[in-house]
Design a protein around this ligand. Structure first.
Ligand code: ATP
Ligand code: MG
Length: 422
């Protein structure tokens, strides 16, 4: 036997036993975005590396060590498999002048790629749903986004996801804060790790985002950005909090919430669960008012968020959300030369009537076919032998326990009505 080719580490298959959970999630998301008037956008997986360097920022975990970047051998271009969706979405909107016709409410989903150490809730290919509102200054749209999230958690049957908020202020406010923070970090340099010491001058806010447990005390005692907040950011942040209180959405303010991407400013937020261990952030987002201008568009305010689908599905599984595996309505059993083509015709008639129908393929005795019908979970077997095929009729046998009787030799339309009436 030939040696098996293995999948790539950190890139998972979703097997059929899990497929219906993904389908339930995707159906729920589709209805949810429609109910808020968001339009779908799809971007390619490959982008020029420059896009992410310019938007996410050079001195960030993602750009420094997590991107799948390579040179296209055919034309020498530097390309990257997208690590997230916001930069691509904004690039597409700018490239196609979407904002020309007014502000845009957009959403997308798909695989993202980050070269991280694989562990529970952290993969190298993972999936996000992203929502972006381009051309909206807020804070009303920020409130919309958070209320959207709260509604989705309800629709997915999830509770206990807590909301943390912070404001990163304007670029000027952050510059003032930055010098206070650098002075503090310099004082504590011996307690920092290599990453933090290196970033202390190039990107000090990132130090606050460190996941190293040894740094958490230094981080907790660091000066707070809230004390340097500019007037506009402070009042937008207060207005958002007012909306959330009115909507009955609990939140807490986490002054150390800075997000791992450079493009954020003003309000940022994360939704966190304690039930998934260290990988507890299921959704994160905020304002990125500078990004559209930064990648060459006419400057316009914007905000958005992205959620990790694997983490949300893990949380749903942990909560015991029973999502029934879909079963066919009918398993069609057929034997004999004439039954083969008549079976195909009948299966299409059943599907025309809206009945999910699995057509038995591969022959075999009636007995073995009936076993497969049973194992399929179908509610009914539709049976075609020589007699049925010659008379252009079918027989119907209920497969689940109940008072229903089998029906011998009825026209396909009558079978449809019978099955649909149950
Ligand atoms: P983390 O702090 O867990 O590394 P992040 O801040 O890097 O997350 P974002 O870039 O904000 O994550 O992405 C939004 C969401 O996508 C995260 O909250 C998380 O749910 C999910 N996510 C991010 N990276 C991964 C990954 N490697 N595997 C699975 N899900 C991920
Ligand atoms: Mg990360």
């Amino acid at each position: 036997m030939a040696k098996r080719v293995q999948g790539v580490r950190g890139m998972n298959d979703v097997l059929p036993a899990e497929g219906h959970r993904w389908a339930f999630f995707e159906d729920t998301v589709m209805q949810w975005v429609r109910s808020y008037g968001y339009q779908a956008i799809r971007m390619p997986i490959l982008e020029r590396t420059e896009l992410f360097v310019r938007s996410i920022g050079e001195v960030t975990d993602i750009v420094e060590k997590e991107m799948y970047t390579f040179t296209d051998e055919l034309n020498g271009e530097q390309l990257t498999m997208r690590p997230e969706g916001t930069a691509s979405c904004v690039r597409a909107a700018v490239e196609h002048n979407l904002l020309y016709s007014g502000p845009q409410r957009l959403w997308y989903w798909g695989p993202m790629f980050r070269h991280e150490r694989p562990q529970k809730g952290r993969y190298r290919q993972f999936h996000q749903v992203g929502v972006e509102a381009l051309g909206f200054a807020g804070p009303d749209i920020d409130a919309e986004h958070i209320m959207m999230c709260a509604r989705l958690w309800r629709a997915l049957g999830l509770d206990g996801i807590r909301l943390e908020l912070n404001s990163l202020g304007s670029a000027d406010a952050r510059a003032a804060y930055r010098s206070r923070l650098v002075a503090y970090l310099e004082q504590h340099a011996p307690e920092l790790d290599d990453d933090a010491r290196r970033r202390m001058h190039s990107n000090p806010l990132r130090v606050l985002d460190s996941k190293n447990p040894a740094l958490q005390d230094v981080i907790a005692a660091a000066p707070r950005l809230a004390d340097d907040l500019d007037e506009a950011s402070a009042s937008a942040f207060a207005a958002l909090q007012g909306s959330l209180r009115a909507a009955g959405i609990p939140f807490s303010i986490n002054p150390r919430l800075v997000r791992g991407l450079d493009y954020y400013n003003g309000t940022v937020f994360e939704w966190i669960t304690d039930r998934l261990g260290a990988q507890g952030t299921v959704c994160a987002g905020g304002r990125y008012d500078g990004l559209i201008g930064q990648i060459g568009g006419n400057p316009a305010p914007a905000c958005g968020f992205a959620m990790g689908i694997e983490r949300l599905l893990a949380l749903m599984a942990e909560r015991g959300a029973g999502i029934p595996q879909p079963v066919p309505d009918v398993y069609l059993v057929r034997q004999g030369d004439a039954a083969l083509p008549w079976g195909e015709t009948v299966a299409e008639i059943l599907r025309d009537a809206g009945l999910a129908t699995v057509l038995h393929c591969g022959g075999g005795s009636f007995k073995s076919q009936m076993k497969k019908a049973d194992a399929s979970g179908a509610r009914y077997a539709v049976i075609i032998g020589d007699d049925e095929a010659q008379a252009r009729l079918v027989s119907v046998k209920p497969l689940r326990a109940g008072p229903e009787q089998a029906q011998a030799k009825v026209p396909p339309q009558a079978a449809c009505e019978l099955i649909k009436s149950r």
